[in-house]
Design a protein around this ligand. Structure first.
Ligand code: FES
Length: 127
């Protein structure tokens, strides 16, 4: 696991839970992102001053690692070509083109969790 990752979730995890546990909140510093592998799909989780947001880790421009980007003004700047994306809406800020998909994330008892409903097409099919 690299320094920018917080863990990996394979398969569907706990089948009856609405939320999928992805890692420890304490592993994500303020105004930084970390990525997690969710069933083979990488999602970036960011700690903002007032809470958490999650988005696809792969930049829609050319696949840069958004979880390693610079976080400021509720946006993340991709480290490859410096395009900015809103961490509220996922929209691209400085150029035309697709934004990033956002996911619901929360902290519970020191653990980060993603809402399963938003991940249905990202998780592996049940065995
Ligand atoms: S890959 Fe992110 S801006 Fe180019």
């Amino acid at each position: 696991m690299s320094v920018a990752e917080i863990g990996a979730v394979t398969g569907r995890g706990e089948p009856n839970s609405e939320w999928l546990r992805i890692g420890r909140a304490s592993d994500v510093p303020l105004l930084e992102g970390r990525s997690v592998d969710v069933g083979g799909w990488r999602i970036a989780v960011f700690r903002l001053p007032d809470g958490w947001v999650a988005a696809d880790h792969a930049c829609p421009h050319q696949g840069g690692p958004l979880g390693d980007g610079i976080v400021a003004d509720r946006c993340v700047t991709c480290p490859l070509h410096n395009q900015r994306f809103s961490l509220e809406t996922g929209e691209r800020q400085d150029a035309e083109g697709p934004g990033v998909r956002m996911y619901e994330v929360r902290e519970r008892a020191g653990q980060l969790e993603l809402r399963r409903a938003g991940l249905a097409d990202r998780l592996e099919p049940a065995a």
